[in-house]
Each structure stands twice: as C-alpha cells, then as structure tokens.
Design a protein around this ligand. Structure first.
Ligand code: DC
Length: 242
C-alpha cells in the first residue's frame, strides 16, 4: 500500500502481511488448478457477489479477498478515530479487518463514502494488486476489480440483480440478525449507496467491457454458483470435483 504523504506504514501494515496471516484466505491448497486463474467479481451490494466469490474460491482452490472489507475498515476506523481516511488506508493492519462492526450497514455507508476519495483508493491499490498476483491466482470481489485492480483477469463477472430483489435480500438478512428495520428504508439506503458508488469519479462501480453479466434476480445462491462455474469451466479452467 502506498504511504500517504508524510506517513510511514507501520510494521503491522497490510503490505507486510501474508494473505494467510489476514485470515481472509479460503484456499485449501491441495491440488493447484492447471492454469493460473484470476477471477474478478464486481457488482452492487446484495447482488450475491460476496457469497459467489467465496464459493468460487473454494471450488477453484484459490485465495479470496473481499475488498469491500478494506473500505469498510478504513471508513469505520476513520469515523471512530477522527483520523483522515487516506492516512487510515495507508496504515491499515490485519487487526483492523477483524471488527464485527464492519459487517453493519453503517460501516457499509462509511465505506462507500471513503471509497470516493482517490487517495484512499490509491493507498489500498498495492495490497490488492499483490494479492491478485499470487502464484495460483486469486478471487477478488468488489466494485473496480475488473476495471482497475485486475484489468487482465481471464475471468470477469459482473453480478447484479434488480434493486427490489437486492433490497429484499438485505432486509431478510438484517431481520435474521435481529436488526429492526423496514423495507422502504433498506431500499432507500441501498439506492443511496448504489448512486454514490456508481457516480463517483474515482473507479466507479461499472462492468468492465469484457465482463460476463450474471443477473441473479431470479436465481438463488446455488443457481448463481452453478452458472458461474459453467461459464469459467467453459473457458478451460477446472475446479475441484463436486
Ligand atoms: O462490497 P461491500 O458492500 O462490502 O462494500 C462496501 C462499500 O465499499 C461499497 O459501497 C463501496 C466500497 N467499495 C469500493 O469502493 N471498492 C471496492 N472494490 C469495494 C468496496
């Protein structure tokens, strides 16, 4: 990760951590795939991209990075500490990624706000690029993986679903976690985040021209996974036997 002007990454900075030390790696590392495989998964929130990315990583035995977690950690830590977000991004450590509060919608909104700051994105770039350069390959999910982080990835998926379907999923997820909310509020907050992520000047959410569009509006997680595996295996990559 590049240092912000006037700052020095500390010894616990992400750039010095191995992927395994981050605890965000899902490689089982038994039999490597025959060809190096980088899978870039982008899409809006609650499209199903995170679940899909995790399952693809297990299937193709690759390390997985949820890049949204990096932005969530920066946004949350900056809010708590009052430090400038770019500085937080330059000094982010694996410990910062472990806070359960990062999974909340409030942290998601903070992540979306700091994600619009070019210096924050620049300071998170090196770590993501290095993660994607591992020997076997990698699966990364986010908003700009196919466009900025891994423009040469052999597999790019853009996962989407209608705003109503995504809001309903998020609503059910929040209810299951015991969060008291109402559907219109979930839909409005999602629309706000979509707009901010898509309209920002720095690496906006958009499909790479060579991305494969996967619309999960009418699909459950199993159907989305099966469709993605068929697409990737159709390109000559082989995963683990089911
Ligand atoms: O994927 P997620 O919902 O955890 O991401 C939270 C926010 O972080 C998202 O609304 C925008 C930002 N983000 C980003 O700007 N770039 C990424 N590669 C990943 C996330």
């Amino acid at each position: 990760m590049a240092s912000a002007p006037g700052s020095r990454p500390n010894d616990r900075s992400l750039d010095r951590a191995t992927p395994a030390a981050l605890g965000i790696v899902s490689a089982t590392g038994v039999a490597p795939p025959p060809k190096r495989l980088v899978i870039a998964v982008d899409g809006p929130s609650a499209s199903g991209k995170g679940t899909l990315a995790k399952r693809l990583a297990a299937h193709f035995r690759l390390p997985h990075l949820d890049t949204g977690l990096l932005y969530r950690a920066v946004g949350w830590k900056a809010l708590q500490s009052g430090q400038p977000p770019a500085e937080v991004a330059a000094r982010l450590s694996p410990d910062d990624l472990a806070d359960p509060a990062l999974r909340t919608d409030e942290a998601g909104q903070q992540a979306s706000k700091v994600g619009a700051i070019p210096e924050v994105r620049a300071n998170l770039l090196k770590f993501q690029k290095e993660f994607s350069s591992q020997a076997l390959g990698a699966v990364l999910d986010g908003r700009d993986i196919g466009t900025v982080i891994c423009p040469d990835a052999p597999v790019k998926l853009f996962v989407t679903a209608s705003p109503e379907a995504r809001a309903e999923r998020r609503y059910q997820e929040l209810r299951a976690r015991g969060v008291d909310t109402i559907r219109p509020r979930v839909l409005a907050e999602m629309a706000e985040r979509d707009r901010r992520d898509s309209e920002r000047a720095a690496a906006p959410l958009k499909a790479a021209p060579d991305a494969w569009l996967l619309d999960t509006t009418e699909m459950d997680a199993d159907a989305a996974f099966a469709a993605a595996v068929a697409f990737i295996e159709g390109k000559g990559f082989r995963g683990a036997a089911p």
